[in-house]
Design a protein around this ligand. Structure first.
Ligand code: A2P
Length: 257
């Protein structure tokens, strides 16, 4: 069996000059769990150029969707951002990554903290009925520099609530908090600031985040996952290691080139 499937781009959406998403066909052999990554790339000079991309679509959907940054001279993203419908990409069969709800101990609320393209795995998770079976409240915080980068805001503020499978649960129990750091917006400030100041609790109408009841997933830049990880440790949350349930899980938003 070939290591990669050839898939066709169905649509492309440019959110800003730094961020775009695209949808592809999905071969039946491609399986993954919500929150996982797949190897994705292009053939360059006769060889596959691949990077780990988290899947933004739900694991039961018939297409695949990915959210990507655009790095001007990045070997892969500078090419991917030129993709048009009908063109082809390579996608690996083997899912990777640790951001899976089952890796966490039971809890009351789950907080999904993301910056930039770190939102992608959480788009898959909030469309997975299992997250609502396991947690009473699902809080998704997306922190970006500029308003335009609040990708999928319309989905998270509206269309998801009409979703056939998870709409009713999402309407009652998903709390989406978009925050912007370099422009005026209704909510501004980094996730670290929202947590430390107590503003997150006011925005969500939930008690302050607490290791005894709450679970967390982090996905974003190295700096963000490091700083937030420290903050969570201070609040009594322990990192979940492979095979051992913990209070929080960390994944970098991998693609940086
Ligand atoms: P800021 O604008 O204050 O740097 P980027 O596009 O560079 O990946 O950043 C995405 C978002 O993550 C930005 O809003 C940025 O805020 C925020 N951010 C960057 N570093 C950290 C950090 N160490 N902790 C929390 N948020 C961060």
């Amino acid at each position: 069996m070939a290591a990669y499937d050839v898939e066709t781009v169905v649509s492309v959406h440019h959110w800003s000059d730094r961020l775009f998403s695209f949808r592809t066909t999905r071969s039946p052999g491609i399986r993954f769990e919500s929150g996982q990554f797949l190897m994705l790339g292009l053939e360059v000079d006769g060889k596959p150029l691949m990077r780990a991309y988290s899947v933004a679509s739900a694991n039961y959907e018939s297409h695949l969707e990915f959210l990507s940054i655009k790095v001007p001279n990045g070997p892969l993203t500078s090419r991917l951002q030129l993709l048009r419908p009908g063109e082809q990409v390579l996608i690996g069969h083997k899912p990777v990554g640790t951001l899976m709800v089952d890796g966490l101990l039971p809890g009351k609320s789950i907080y999904l903290f993301s910056t930039g393209t770190g939102l992608a795995p959480f788009l898959s998770i909030v469309r997975d009925p299992r997250v609502y079976e396991r947690f009473e409240s699902v809080v998704l915080v997306h922190c970006v520099r500029e308003i335009q980068e609040l990708a999928y805001k319309n989905l998270l503020q509206g269309t998801l609530y009409e979703h056939e499978l998870v709409g009713p649960c999402a309407r009652e129990r998903l709390i989406y908090v978009p925050t912007v750091t370099r422009q005026p917006y209704e909510t501004t400030g980094r996730i670290t600031e929202l947590l430390e100041s107590g503003r997150l609790s006011l925005l969500t109408n939930l008690p302050e985040l607490d290791g005894r009841t709450d679970r967390v997933m982090l996905c974003g830049s190295i700096a963000m996952t490091k700083d937030l990880g420290q903050l969570l440790e201070h609040r009594g949350l322990a990192l979940a290691k492979a095979g051992h349930g913990g209070h929080y899980l960390v994944e970098r938003a991998f693609v940086e080139q």
